[in-house]
Design a protein around this ligand. Sequence first.
Ligand SMILES: Nc1nc2c(c(=O)[nH]1)N[C@H]1C(S)=C(S)[C@@H](COP(=O)(O)OP(=O)(O)OC[C@H]3O[C@@H](n4cnc5c(=O)[nH]c(N)nc54)[C@H](O)[C@@H]3O)O[C@H]1N2
Ligand SMILES: Nc1nc2c(c(=O)[nH]1)N[C@H]1C(S)=C(S)[C@@H](COP(=O)(O)OP(=O)(O)OC[C@H]3O[C@@H](n4cnc5c(=O)[nH]c(N)nc54)[C@H](O)[C@@H]3O)O[C@H]1N2
Ligand code: SF4
Ligand SMILES: [Mo]
Length: 648
Amino acid sequence: MAAEVRRTACARDCPDACGILATVVDGRVESLRGDPDHPVTRGFLCFRTSRFVDLQNGPDRLTQPLLRRGSSHEPIGWDQALELVAERLVAIRRESGPAAIFHYRSGGSLGILKGLADLFFDQFGPCTGKVGDICSGAGEAAQIEDLGTSDSNDLFDLQNARHILLWGKNPTVSNVHLVPVLKDAQQRGSKLVLIDPVHHKTANHADEFLQPAPGGDLELALGIARVLFETGRIDPRAGEFCDGLPAFRVLAMGRTVAEWAKAADLTVEQVRFLADCLANGPTAILVGWGMQRRQRGGAIVRALDALCAVSGNLFRSGGGVSFYFKRRKAFSPFGPAVQHPRVLREPVLGADLLAARDPAIRFLWVTAGNPVAMLPDSANVARALANVEFSVVVDPFFGDTARRASLVLPAPTLLEDDDLVGSYGHHFLSETRPVVAPPAGVVHEVAIFQQLARRVGLAAYPQGSIDELKALALRHVADRGASLADLRRTGGTVRSPVSGPLLFPDGKVLTANGRVQLLAAAAPPPELPAPPALPGATSPLWLFSNSTEKSQASIWSGKGLGERTWIAVHPEAAAGMQHGQIVVVASVTGAVEAELRLDASQRRDVALMPKGGHFDRGQAANALIAAVPTDIGFGAAYLDCLVRIRPR
Ligand SMILES: Nc1nc2c(c(=O)[nH]1)N[C@H]1C(S)=C(S)[C@@H](COP(=O)(O)OP(=O)(O)OC[C@H]3O[C@@H](n4cnc5c(=O)[nH]c(N)nc54)[C@H](O)[C@@H]3O)O[C@H]1N2
Ligand SMILES: Nc1nc2c(c(=O)[nH]1)N[C@H]1C(S)=C(S)[C@@H](COP(=O)(O)OP(=O)(O)OC[C@H]3O[C@@H](n4cnc5c(=O)[nH]c(N)nc54)[C@H](O)[C@@H]3O)O[C@H]1N2
Ligand code: SF4
Ligand SMILES: [Mo]
């Protein structure tokens, strides 16, 4: 049969939101490539999604509802599954109130229609809700406090930057379509500076690479600020567009440049170099997500906001402090914001689930998340799930969380889904279209909720077709070039009409008074607990559980992690241990076995492990990480974790 090329977009939790071309033969996806016409995708895909076909056609797909019986799951029909859910929901609401029901949604798909899951539980309850965001909570809260929004200039405005500071960011792995944009900028003369405690592939593209102490960015930023104040290179208008300039100055002047540099484990020359970059702008700061996953994460991002503002780079083309692109901005919500009877904090979800009383959480629904593998303190999350009377997991694949569910419902994969997607790495919007039909036993997630709504009597729940729901989401941009018809006419992707080339074109930010709110105080670094020093163990090392090329969080492409996870350290940090040896990695929270990799490009105080290992196979970094919230925004301080490594 002839091969056909069909177009969709990638809704995975990734800043790139690529255009995908799928080659389909006889109703089966044979291969995937990047859409050459998508302005950001430029014809290539990342490792993990270009190999998604193996998962799409692989044996681990869920293709029918599964009900737990004892320690295993058995297939049941959809009618029976939905009847059971409806009966449990209604009974638990009647007996314990809607607060006994909790819906947890994560980013497995960024499809906008996934929000209809929230609407169901808002209309059925409102039920217990979630507060915070383990991914970007601290950084977003920081930017909203300082700038009134967390959003960015147009991606291609980077071409106008003289310097680009990649501050704790590894685009080669986690934002790969940024790399060509950075290379173009370099060709036009921009200098690319990477600031990251970890040595990774992006260092090969950078003109300068600085390797500060983990979490030392707050001190580094204040050192840079002090240099700018001392050398008279603060924007002379900063006092007009910022609130709190005198206090920020006092903060920066609180220690000498040498003291700040020492605290960040860099040299005074390196601190001065970064001050020069900011003073000789336009300079864009690209803030990675990693370093705000620390207890002081909010303060760190606030310090970078302040640096950008006082150095005069905030309002300039080629400048800005970019943490996030507001991916939902063009879309209209499906319902009003509701008042939840209670909220659980995402970073400490295991503990909050276990502690919930009057009523306890009796019903849990998980959409597009694998909290057992991906939330900190996996063992406690697993315990909390086991404690819930009835749990439903909707997912295309069977993972650590689904394994614990009372009922597992199969979801379409990203190649079968039908939705809309915005991006948190650029300002384009796309439509996702099924390039193949899902297997017979799989239904669109919207249909699951529409059927449930009918069964539990939610008369106001939208029962329209997918296209009608897409049009509803696009209703405020439809007459501005972003209707469904526009998306289809232009090959699936349009630029968002609600984001201009510059985020703050008129010299005002979006805070209440239009002025930047500068950071006024900085807490000292947290004192982290280290595990006991057993014989042969290393010194305490900072555990970095960063994104890896071959996985999307807990979903692995290619050969996956294999039997064991790995841990990479500097050879001198693991004296006496050999490359390839099996070691025990222990923290105060847990221990996992890993294969040791020796890597002389790393700092001697760090240890590097993939972020998304399977918990039940003893591969989860999160089995080692304590559940501690960030200073603001209820993020998770994943990276404030000390481990020791010892021979097995
Ligand atoms: N291949 C792949 N890509 C992904 C994902 C994936 O799982 N796999 N996940 C996606 C998701 S959910 C997200 S949120 C994004 C973004 O995910 P990110 O967390 O931004 O991606 P990472 O590549 O882990 O980059 C974080 C960087 O921050 C650095 N860092 C950590 N602590 C510090 C610090 O104290 N100071 C400084 N200066 N740097 C520090 C780390 O060393 C690392 O290089 O990636 C997305 N892209
Ligand atoms: N140690 C450590 N832990 C981390 C991080 C870290 O850097 N270090 N990063 C954190 C970050 S940034 C994030 S965003 C989280 C990610 O945490 P999660 O969002 O829980 O991560 P995933 O493993 O991608 O789980 C998503 C699930 O959604 C499923 N899925 C995919 N598509 C669909 C769909 O269309 N519908 C439904 N219903 N399900 C779907 C996938 O199969 C997968 O099981 O992890 C966090 N955890
Ligand atoms: S995961 Fe990211 S880089 Fe890979 S195809 Fe999807 S959007 Fe593109
Ligand atoms: Mo994330």
